[in-house]
Design a protein around this ligand. Structure first.
Ligand code: KE4
Length: 431
């Protein structure tokens, strides 16, 4: 077994942090609540690696929860950001950079004919919801249990990510009047969605989903489910919205909608398109997007939306990603990782269900199959906790929750994967 890490400095800083910020963090999942032990405090990141303030190095499979798909602090991104910095950090006025990134997103993502930039995935999802309701004149929406669309009130119903991680009931402070319009169905269950449309005829503005789920752990859609949702929403006069904040430019350059050949009416984006700086976006059919102020009546605004640094980092990131061979590389390196983990788990007698698509992967400590959050919840959370801690001690940084996905990058090498699998062999043997 690897020797326990020296995390003296992390412990001190995290202890102080808990006096300053709720839970000592700026976002709940970072507090390691569901895996126990104190989180390590990062000092710096580079490529596939992270270093904590005690000098411990980790192979990083969180990648800042998705943005670091090219590898942390990619030299090309850092270089153009440094140049952009000299021209100022925020304009609050139109810039050519917004045009450039908008053109790249419109060219890449099948559903997007027009796009609006915001500052987070949450902002993108809450804005797209307002737009869906305005365009259809309907108020109800359908989401799926375990899916997470940011922390706006109307989405905090059977949400995934940190809500699932912490086992929170739907959050206090969210008025019933808000969530009463949010209907839920199990992921991959088309009949349940059809039943809701039958129950609420002409009242449902649309269906929003993570086309490949990352916030209930990694759950792949059935092709018929996605194709069926497209057909059903069309027939019902409702909109189909893919929340591709996590999958956008990760599952494929055109996102999950390109990979699965299903084109929604609207799409939300974030993470990768900001290259590590705060960005979100929503886009879709021109006739819908032209309802957004000031072109149309649907109000949405943001001081730092489209700021030059985030646009610059996003443009540089997409320029790297659109190079030939990118997604083939991500597919190969991630398949090596997940197949290796599955093989080792079987060898050591642990039930493990998992998979990957491009640079996104996940696994559940259970036999599977896992097609929905309801099934994901049967996983052995205690075994996940012990595995996570063992891997951390061995220098491998995994998402600190059974209900999160993992991420690789163009900087991860086969050597990193082999190091990870060697660590997993040890940890699984002693689990
Ligand atoms: P942000 O507001 O965190 O930028 O995006 C919200 C969001 C919306 N939609 C999807 C599909 C997402 O995955 C997210 C955010 N993902 C989580 C990770 N599961 C962010 C990490 C965190 O909350 O700290």
């Amino acid at each position: 077994m690897p020797s326990p890490l020296d995390t003296t400095k992390s412990a001190a800083v995290f202890a102080a942090a808990q006096n300053l910020m709720p839970g000592g963090v700026s976002s709940p999942v970072r507090a390691f609540k569901s895996v126990g032990g104190a989180p390590v405090v990062f000092d710096r990141v580079q490529g596939a690696y992270a270093w904590d303030i005690d000098g411990n190095q980790y192979v990083d499979y969180v990648g800042s929860w998705g943005p670091a798909i090219c590898g942390h602090a990619h030299p090309q991104v850092i270089a153009v950001l440094s140049t952009a910095l000299a021209k100022g950090t925020s304009f609050g006025a139109p810039s050519v950079l917004e045009n450039t990134l908008a053109e790249m997103v419109i060219e890449a993502v099948p559903s997007v004919e027009m796009v609006r930039f915001v500052n987070s995935g949450t902002e993108a999802c809450m804005s797209v919801l307002r737009l869906m309701r305005a365009f259809t004149g309907r108020e109800k929406i359908i989401k799926f249990s375990g899916c997470y669309h940011g922390h706006a009130d109307m989405f905090l119903v059977q949400a995934g990510s940190g809500v699932a991680t912490l086992g929170l009931p739907d959050s206090p402070g969210v008025p019933k009047s808000t969530t009463i319009q949010t209907l839920t169905a199990p992921f991959n269950n088309l009949e349940a969605v059809a039943a809701l449309f039958d129950q609420y005829p002409d009242q449902i503005a649309g269906v929003i989903l993570e086309p490949v789920v990352g916030n209930a752990g990694f759950i792949v859609p059935d092709q018929e489910f996605l194709s069926g949702l497209r057909q059903l929403t069309k027939v019902q006069g409702a909109l189909l919205v893919f929340d591709e904040v996590m999958t956008g430019f990760r599952i494929a350059y055109g996102g999950a909608q390109a990979k699965f050949g299903v084109t929604p009416d609207l799409t939300t984006l974030g993470k990768v398109i900001g290259g590590g700086l705060p960005v979100g976006a929503y886009g879709g059919r021109r006739e819908i997007m032209e309802w957004v102020a000031p072109a149309g009546p649907v109000y949405q605004a943001g001081t730092l939306s489209g700021n030059p640094l985030a646009m610059t980092a996003g443009i540089a990131t997409l320029e790297i990603l659109r190079q030939p061979g990118t997604y083939e590389y991500l597919e190969t390196i991630t398949q090596s990782l997940i197949q290796g983990l599955l093989t080792l788990a079987e060898h050591h007698g642990h039930a493990l269900w998992g998979g990957s698509i491009s640079g996104m992967f996940g696994f559940f400590f259970q036999p599977g199959p896992v097609h929905s959050y309801e099934e994901a919840k049967h996983s052995d959370l205690d075994k996940f906790r012990r595995f996570h801690r063992g891997m951390l001690e061995a220098g491998v940084y995994l998402a600190p929750s059974q209900f999160e996905a993992g991420f690789t990058s163009l900087a991860h090498t086969q050597a990193d994967v082999q190091q990870t699998l060697a660590a997993a062999d040890q940890v699984l043997a002693n689990l």
